[in-house]
Design a binder for this molecule. Structure first.
Ligand code: BDP
Length: 708
């Protein structure tokens, strides 16, 4: 039973392993689980066994004892095909390298639950899933589960700097204590790896894409090696973000030209050195020629030249290059939306087999809502890796409750139409249309050194959901939310059901009070905190909010139709036709693609102006409703997390009001229309919001402390 007053700081994430409190099912568990047979030899199998025993110990009244052989019924038998052979148990297993079976079956004429896999890591995943069944009160007496990951590379990208600041991190400092590594192995590293393995994440890029060349120095490689040693036990490979100019900065060469033989040799030697420390090193993540980062274009070479050179040095070691497509140049006069497609599409089929192009879910930058990136489906001969952002840079930091799985699903289930109807983004990244390609999904991590890892207790759900959807991109956000709530808080339906609804609604609420109807990139400059639709003097035009909303007395929105920037031409004709035509363009994407008069008549019958105002006010009201629902749940979970979330919701409400009032007042200067009766008036005039200053906003590091 969860004691209502028990304090819980959230450190255990979804691996709480609280006593299962459903008596009927608990009875079934007791019947089912008396003994565990687990011939564990490798570190991974030992970790799986330790997890199983710890989980069962926490959840069941009587912990099953570990035995060497099947002594009776009610036994769980766990192992790889190989390790089970020693017990004369034959397992026919077709779940591949990382999949597993969980099956109720007769072994030596006794009824057992078998958890089996081809590999040690498959067993680990099987154990975590078996524990999940118990955690979430599922019946376990007649099981027949076979599962395997649909994507190969399921990777968290940490934007962590070596000085322990985290770019766009809102959960405290970096969890990597570089100063104390390699000597001190913090328990956090182990718990981090456990959490990842529990959802099948099998890779971690530990440093910022805006990389420091120092990470490749021997001193730091030893630290990286220490982390890799921890991760290995949990099936996680370590990767590094590398700075393209490292041969110059670290190696003292005159150039980093990827076609220069000395440069190639430097990278080849560096790769050999890395693999001498870390034999299963995963590879490199590269942000090149983007936002001031060096890259092959600095030497008049192409993205393919750069990526392929690195791919060549990693190939003998089975490493990969994750090359980012997040490129845009303010010197290019074209719509920023179009630039990644324009730069990458011509190189389709020109990358080496171990290069995967990492593409953000949308064409601009992790906005609350973006249409899917036009590159998905447009490069049939190139592996494309989805990049989602778990850290809520544009979704209220770690203050706002925003469950991102609906955002992920919206993108993944979008139909690119590039291979006929039904060619969803999910199918593209799974390699359904070209089986030869490697596949993957990356999530920009939202973890930090905060006690609860993610700053907001519900931020953990985004980490969890990312892992689940990287394992299977077609999983439903509702199912994932339910599992996460049950594992993290309680199985009590009186809590799970309303809070699941809160989660599923939460992203739309935030779209409404921040960027409704397809508005985008209207946040505070540089810190990206709070509203800033008036921003028109940033370092470059494509960092200005006014570049994106184009509000004027005639109307609002970015015309990307054939009559405007033509960005819609980058999509399949079906998608283009759908979004170009005002009759069919969904309201959600309207201002992404059209500049419309304030008086434009919406489907609802309202004018565009009234609709915009309606969304802003509805978004804020929904946050209030969410708070009221939460308040009624007091006593259903521990007081500590209850109170923390309650306060966060109050702060979210305050910030949502600021977003609404600042945006409505600002856009009103163009529309010159009233907000209508019934809506409360903003507390302050527009100028007040424009002059707000925010000091030491998290996520930017350095001395860059102010916005606006
Ligand atoms: C933007 C962030 C910036 C990142 C960049 C990227 O504001 O801090 O470096 O993305 O993805 O969203 O490289």
């Amino acid at each position: 039973m969860i004691s209502k007053s028990r304090a819980d700081n959230g450190y255990k994430l979804w691996l709480e392993y609280n006593r299962v409190n459903n008596e009927q099912l608990a009875g079934a568990y007791r019947l089912q689980l008396r003994y565990v047979v687990f011939p564990a030899t490798s570190d991974q199998l030992k970790a799986a066994k330790a997890e199983l025993l710890m989980g069962l110990d926490g959840m069941l009244a009587t912990k099953p004892s570990e035995v060497k052989d099947i002594t009776g019924g009610q036994t769980v038998v766990i192992g790889t095909r190989q390790s089970l052979k020693s017990l004369s148990i034959a397992v026919s297993d077709s779940v591949g390298d990382e999949g597993y079976l969980i099956k109720t079956t007769l072994i030596n004429k006794k009824q057992c639950t078998l958890i089996a896999a081809n590999t040690d890591v498959g067993v680990l995943y099987g154990v975590f899933n078996f524990l999940k069944l118990i955690q979430t009160n599922q019946p376990i007496s007649k099981l027949n589960i076979a599962d395997h990951p649909r994507l190969m590379y399921r990777v968290l990208d940490h934007w962590d700097n070596l000085n322990r600041t985290v770019e766009r991190g809102y959960a405290g400092s970096s969890i990597w204590n570089w100063h104390k590594l390699p000597d001190i192995i913090d328990q956090r590293y182990i718990d981090y790896a456990r959490a990842n393995a529990s959802v099948g994440i099998n890779g971690s890029v530990v440093n910022n894409v805006n990389a420091d060349a120092l990470i490749l120095s021997p001193q730091y490689l030893l630290k990286v090696q220490a982390l890799a040693n921890v991760f290995r036990t949990y099936g996680i490979r370590i990767y590094l973000s590398v700075k393209f100019s490292s041969p110059v900065e670290l190696g003292g060469l005159k150039t980093a030209d990827p076609l220069d033989p000395a440069v190639k040799k430097w990278w080849a030697d560096k790769a050999d050195e890395i693999y001498s420390y870390i034999p299963d090193f995963g590879g490199f993540l590269v942000k090149a020629n983007s936002e001031g980062q060096p890259g092959p274009q600095s030497y008049s070479r192409t993205h393919a030249d750069g990526a392929n050179m690195l791919a060549d040095v990693l190939a003998p070691h089975h490493g990969i290059v994750m090359w980012r497509a997040f490129v845009y140049d303010n010197k290019v006069p074209d719509d920023r939306f179009k630039q990644a497609y324009n730069e990458f599409k011509p190189f389709d089929g020109k990358f080496k087999d171990n290069v995967i192009i990492q593409v953000k879910n949308g064409p601009i930058d992790f906005q609350p809502r973006e249409p899917f990136h036009p590159l998905f489906g447009a490069m049939p001969n190139t592996p494309l890796m989805m990049e989602f952002q778990l850290t809520q840079e544009y979704l209220g930091f770690s203050t706002h409750l925003v469950y991102e799985a609906p955002l992920f699903a919206e993108c993944l289930q979008s139909d690119t139409h590039k291979y006929g109807k039904g060619s969803t983004v999910a199918r593209v990244i799974k390699g359904d249309f070209n089986k030869k390609l490697i596949t993957g999904m990356a999530g920009v991590a939202n973890v930090g050194a905060d006690l609860n890892w993610c700053g907001h207790p519900f931020g953990q759900a985004n980490w969890y959901a990312f892992g689940r959807m990287a394992w299977n991109p077609d999983q439903s956000p509702a199912v994932i939310a339910t599992d996460w709530l049950r594992m993290t808080f309680t199985n009590n339906a009186g809590f799970v059901s309303p809070v699941k609804n809160i989660m599923l609604q939460s992203r739309e609420n935030t779209v409404n009070y921040m960027t409704p109807l397809g508005l985008h990139h209207i946040m505070g400059v540089s810190t990206h905190y709070g509203p800033g639709p008036w921003v028109d003097n940033a370092g470059r035009p494509d960092w200005n909010a006014t570049y994106y909303h184009k509000a004027d007395s005639a109307g609002i929105g970015f015309d990307r139709t054939t009559f405007g920037s033509g960005a819609l031409r980058q999509y399949a004709p079906e998608v283009k036709a759908d979004w170009e035509n005002l009759q069919t363009c969904p309201d959600e994407y309207l201002l992404w693609f059209h500049h419309l008069s304030w008086k434009y008549k919406m489907r609802s019958g309202r004018t565009l102006w009234d609709e915009l105002v309606w969304h802003y006010y509805t978004g804020v009201d929904s946050v209030k409703q969410m708070g009221l629902t939460w308040d009624k749940l007091q006593g259903k979970i521990d007081a500590e997390r209850f109170m923390e979330v309650k306060q966060l919701m109050q702060l979210q409400y305050k910030e949502a009001v600021t977003w609404r009032d600042a945006c409505v007042l600002y856009f009103q200067t163009f529309s010159k229309m009233q907000t209508g009766a019934g809506y409360p008036k903003p507390e302050h005039p527009l100028d007040y919001y424009k002059k707000l200053k925010f000091y030491y906003v998290p996520g930017i590091g350095g001395n860059n402390y102010m916005t606006n």
